[in-house]
Write a protein that binds this ligand. Structure first.
Ligand SMILES: N[C@@H](CCC(=O)N[C@@H](CS)C(=O)NCC(=O)O)C(=O)O
Length: 426
C-alpha cells in the first residue's frame, strides 16, 4: 500500500505541524487492522479508524483553508497517480488498459483425487473449503455445496476482507461451534481447519515461501495439508461430480452429460462478458477498455434476457452450473457493479426476464442463505479495493432486498424453446 508520505504531493504546503508531531505521526507503527463485521449495525460501521497516518494528516489539514484550485489539482493528480499505481499492481491490465485477470495457480485434477485411507473408511474426502462472502467466485462454491448437501462432508471457514484487502479470520476457534446461524445463513468466523489468523498463513502452510495471491475460494486437502484447488469452476465441477456420495447428492446433477456442450457454450459467453466482464468495466484503465467491456457486458445481458423469455434456465428446464455462475454476478449487479464498477447502461431490475430468473434461483431452497448482502456491500464499498475513497456504503437499491427477491417470479410455466445459442465471445 502507498505510504501516507507518498500520498501527499510535494507541492501541497503542509500546515504548521511541529517536527515532533510529524515524527510521532509518521513513525507510528502500522495500526491494528480494523475488522468490519458484515453484520454489525450501521452506527458501528460508520466508525472510521483514527490512528492511521493518513487520517491524522487529513484531520490536520481539515480546518485549513487552502486555495481551491491548488486543492483540486493536487488532489486530482495525487489520486490519479495513486489509482494507477494501485490498479497496475492489484488489477493488472494490458498496455491498452484492458483488465487481465491473473490465472488461478492451483488447478484441480479431481479425477486423480485420492482420499486417504482413513477418509475412505469414513467415506469423506477430508477437504475443507475457504470462502469469503462478498466474493462471487466463492459464492458459486457455497451454492453448489448447499445444493448437493455437502455441508457436513466439506466444512467451511469464512474469511472477511481486512483493511488491507486480504482475507482474515475472526473469532475464537471452538471446534464444536455452530458455523451457521439459526436461519442457516453463513457468517464469517475463525479458520476451523488450521487455526490460522489469515488466508495467507494457510497458503503458506503448504509452501512457506508462497508469495502468490491468496484467493478464495480455496479447497484445502486436510490430509496432505496442501491446497487442492483455488479455481472456482474446478471446485464446483468437483462438488457436482467428483465427490461420489450418492446418499448426499439426491440425484441432482448440475452438469448432465446431455447438456455439457450447451453449458460450455454459455460459459464461453458469460464468463468473459458478464462474470469477468463487470470487473473489466470496473478495473478498466482507459476509456477504450471501459467502452469495450461495458458494451460486451450489456449486449450479452440483452442476449441472455431474450433467451430467458423462452427458457426457464439457460439450458432449458434444468438448473446447471452455468446458471449458478451467472446468478452470483446477477445478485451483486444492482448492489455493487452498477454503481461501483460503472455498469450503468441499465440496472438488472430493468431486465424483466433476468430479474425474474435471478429471483427464481434465489428462491431455490438453501440458496438465499448463501447470500449475505451486508457482507457483499461492505466488502466492495469498504474494503476489497479502495475504489470508493470515502468508504461510504450506499443505501441498498430497490429490488435487491430479500423481500423483493422473494416475490413471485412466475417462471415455472415457461416452456423451453430450443434455440441454439449464438456464442459471440468478445
Ligand atoms: N479465478 C479465481 C478468482 C478468485 C478471486 O479472484 N478471488 C478474489 C476475491 S473475489 C480474491 O480472493 N482476491 C484476493 C487476492 O487477489 O489477493 C476463481 O474463479 O476462483
Amino acid at each position: 500500500m502507498p505510504t501516507a508520505a507518498a500520498l501527499l504531493s510535494p507541492t501541497l504546503p503542509l500546515p504548521n505541524i511541529s517536527t515532533a508531531t510529524k515524527k510521532r505521526t509518521f513513525n507510528r507503527t502500522r495500526p491494528k487492522t480494523l475488522h468490519v463485521s458484515p453484520r454489525i449495525s450501521l452506527n458501528k460501521q460508520q466508525q472510521t479508524p483514527t490512528s492511521d497516518p493518513l487520517t491524522a494528516i487529513t484531520k490536520v489539514l481539515w480546518g485549513k483553508s487552502l486555495p481551491p484550485q491548488l486543492l483540486i489539482s493536487t488532489v486530482r493528480s495525487t489520486w490519479n497517480s495513486i489509482w494507477h499505481l494501485m490498479m497496475n499492481q492489484l488489477a493488472p491490465s494490458d498496455p491498452s488498459g484492458f483488465y487481465s485477470r491473473p490465472h488461478s495457480q492451483f488447478r484441480a485434477n479431481f479425477k486423480s483425487f485420492q482420499p486417504s485411507s482413513s477418509s475412505r473408511q469414513k467415506n469423506t474426502p477430508n477437504l475443507h473449503l475457504y470462502v469469503g462472502l462478498p466474493c462471487p467466485w466463492a459464492h458459486r462454491t457455497l451454492i453448489v455445496r448447499a445444493l448437493k448437501n455437502l455441508e457436513e462432508i466439506v466444512p467451511v471457514s469464512i474469511a472477511s476482507p481486512g483493511i488491507d484487502g486480504s482475507w482474515e479470520f475472526h473469532g475464537k476457534l471452538i471446534r464444536t461451534q455452530n458455523r451457521e446461524d439459526k436461519e442457516g445463513g453463513l457468517l464469517p468466523g475463525p479458520d476451523y481447519a488450521n487455526g490460522c489468523k489469515n488466508l495467507k498463513e494457510v497458503y503458506r502452510l503448504q509452501r512457506g515461501s508462497y508469495n502468490g495471491r491468496s484467493t478464495v475460494p480455496m479447497l484445502w486437502d486436510v490430509d496432505k495439508k496442501e491446497v487442492f484447488c483455488n479455481e472456482s469452476y474446478d471446485i464446483i465441477e468437483f462438488f457436482n461430480s467428483g465427490i461420489n456420495r450418492s446418499d448426499q447428492n439426491e440425484g441432482l446433477n448440475l452438469s448432465p452429460p446431455s447438456l455439457t456442450k450447451q453449458i460450455e457454450e454459455w460459459n464461453r459467453l458469460i464468463y468473459p462478458n458478464v462474470n469477468n466482464g463487470v470487473y473489466r468495466c470496473g478495473f478498466a484503465q482507459s476509456q477504450e477498455a471501459y467502452d469495450t467491456a461495458v458494451n460486451g457486458l450489456f449486449s450479452t445481458l440483452d442476449t441472455v434476457d431474450d433467451h430467458l423469455g423462452n427458457s426457464r434456465y439457460l439450458c432449458g428446464d434444468v438448473l446447471t452450473l452455468s446458471d449458478i455462475c451467472l446468478f452470483t454476478t446477477l445478485i451483486r449487479f444492482d448492489l455493487v457493479y452498477n454503481i461501483m464498477f460503472k455498469c450503468t447502461k441499465k440496472k438488472l431490475l430493468e431486465y424483466s426476464n433476468l430479474h425474474g430468473y435471478m429471483r427464481d434461483i434465489y428462491q431455490i431452497p438453501k440458496v438465499a442463505a448463501t447470500c449475505n448482502f451486508e457482507a457483499i456491500m461492505d466488502g466492495y464499498y469498504k474494503t476489497l479495493f479502495p475504489l470508493n475513497p470515502g468508504s461510504i456504503r450506499p443505501t441498498m437499491p430497490s429490488g435487491c432486498e430479500h423481500e423483493f427477491l422473494s416475490r413471485s417470479h412466475d417462471r415455472e410455466s415457461i416452456s423451453y424453446v430450443d434455440k441454439h445459442i449464438q456464442v459471440n465471445v468478445s
